[in-house]
Design a protein around this ligand. Structure first.
Ligand code: NAP
Ligand code: HSE
Length: 436
């Protein structure tokens, strides 16, 4: 083994306090052990886990506690050790990790976290605090698992104006939709599998209701556009109500149903949201399967870029966490927000009602003469025109009518649905999704 190079601060050991020893925490310990020599070659520093915070010190673990490390449930004690250089926060939640991270920053320690919920909902003050104390607050693992999208935006593509970013940002939701599509699994079974594989959040509502993807979209919007789109204002629809019929109908038209997060600048305004979306099967995004994630972005110099890779799970996420740790070990200068200013201005938000898209509709109607004409009429009243339509199960009393529209605003689509209901044309609440 080659003699380790010295790092700028002259240390050859980077000491970590780990908060959380679940899926990602144990994954990190495993990679640090497996790649010990390689880490020294890459960073000139030995990376050592000294203490690990958990809720229950007696609980069996997926990977042994590293030799020399202690397991504790004492939040205060974790940071009192002056030897600790970096807090690695992998516990999840908002209040407890926020307190811990703020205390670590105030104590002059660097922070690496995978916690998108905290950073999206309450992160701005932590970035300000980190800047005041001149420490790293790194969070590559918080968005798209192993895919290096945050540093790509902060560093490699920093010279570009980004015009549009579209992504599959949640591994659990993508796993569920992929299993429902390819293996005809029901929603509950697919979710259970995603949980067993370590992809889902401790509260899987965040995954299936689109909130985790929305957290990630907030972080991406800050880095790509330099503005803050408050999480609470982002339009979000999850996958919990996606029905197998819609996956099948979409397939007949040549589309796949995906949970897509997207943000773009339109006439100086930011339009963003997370929605189940039909994506044509020829698009790369449509081919992202299982717990994989992908981001497609367009910059004014780089053109279109597509990044694809594992979006969740122990080792993929640990890979991103360790990359951040090594950057601290090398003595890199903190570039936490990707901008000179540490607090982004509020985005000039386009009203979600004005967002324009093509749409997929599935409506259940009574199979009587003139019903298609009347449906088309309800759409035409809102200036929406039909691009393709199919009617299924002719002869039954109630039949699904499925159609794709040309571009329409969300406002017009809602008004058309209200019109269909008011005229008594539909026997169930219509289903409609955007088309990418
Ligand atoms: P996890 O398996 O549920 O592990 C959480 C760990 O944190 C457990 O060891 C738990 O202790 C500990 N913990 C939780 N709350 C605590 C508290 N108040 N005090 C002390 N310890 C506490 O979660 P995970 O899947 O590893 O996720 C961790 C973080 O990474 C989350 O922010 C998540 O959003 C993020 N993330 C996860 C993935 C993924 O694929 N799983 C990917 C990217 C980012 P006990 O074990 O004693 O209960
Ligand atoms: N629960 C998240 C997902 C973990 O399924 O994508 C990765 O952030």
């Amino acid at each position: 083994m080659q003699e380790a190079m010295s790092v700028p601060n002259g240390k050859k050991r980077l000491v970590l306090a780990l908060a959380g020893y679940g899926t990602v925490g144990t994954g990190l310990a495993k990679v640090i052990e497996e790649n010990r020599d390689w880490i020294i070659e890459r960073s000139g520093s030995e990376v050592v886990i000294k203490s690990i915070l958990v809720r229950d010190v007696k609980k069996p673990r997926n990977f042994p506690v590293p030799a020399g490390a202690t397991l504790t449930d004492d939040h205060e004690a974790l940071l009192n050790d002056p030897e600790v250089d970096v807090l690695v926060e992998l516990m999840g939640g908002i209040e407890a990790p926020k307190k811990l991270i703020a205390a670590a920053i105030r104590a002059g320690k660097h922070v690496v976290t995978a916690n998108k919920a905290l950073l999206a909902e309450q992160g701005l003050e932590l970035f300000e605090l980190a800047a005041e104390h001149g420490v790293h607050l790194k969070y590559e693992a918080s968005v798209c698992g192993a895919i290096p999208i945050l540093d790509t935006l902060k560093e490699n593509l920093a010279g570009n104006r980004i015009m549009r970013l579209v992504g599959i940002l949640n591994g659990t939701a993508n796993y569920i939709l992929s299993e429902m599509t390819s293996n005809k699994l029901d929603f509950a079974t697919a979710l259970k599998q995603a949980q067993e594989l370590g992809y889902a959040e401790a509260d899987p509502t965040l995954d299936i209701e689109g909130l985790d993807a929305a957290h990630k979209l907030c972080l991406l919007t800050r880095l790509a556009f330099g503005v803050n789109y408050p999480f609470e204002q982002l339009p979000v629809v999850g996958v919990s109500k996606v029905e197998p019929e819609d996956i099948e109908f979409a397939r007949e038209f040549g589309y796949r149903v995906k949970l897509v997060g997207q943000v773009q600048e339109v006439d100086g305004k930011i339009e963003a949201g997370v929605f189940p979306t039909l994506v044509h099967h020829t698009y790369l995004i449509a081919r992202v399967g299982g717990a994989y994630n992908a981001v497609r972005l367009e910059g004014n110099a780089c053109g279109p870029i597509f990044l694809h890779g594992p979006g969740a799970g122990d080792l993929p996420t640990a890979s991103a966490v360790l990359g951040d740790i090594l950057s601290v070990a090398r003595g890199a200068y903190p570039n936490n927000t990707g901008f000179v200013r540490q607090v982004p201005p509020l985005a000039n938000i386009m009203s979600p009602d004005e967002a324009s898209s093509k749409y997929y509709f599935r409506v259940i109607v009574r199979d009587v003469p003139g019903v298609l004409r009347d449906l088309a009429g309800a759409l035409a009243e809102q200036d929406i025109s039909i691009a393709q339509a199919i009617q299924k199960e002719k002869g039954a009393a109630e039949v699904p009518v499925v159609f794709l529209t040309h571009e329409a605003t969300a406002r017009a689509v809602k008004a058309a649905v209200e019109g269909m209901k008011a005229k008594g044309l539909v026997v169930r609440e219509p289903v409609y999704y955007r088309i990418l």
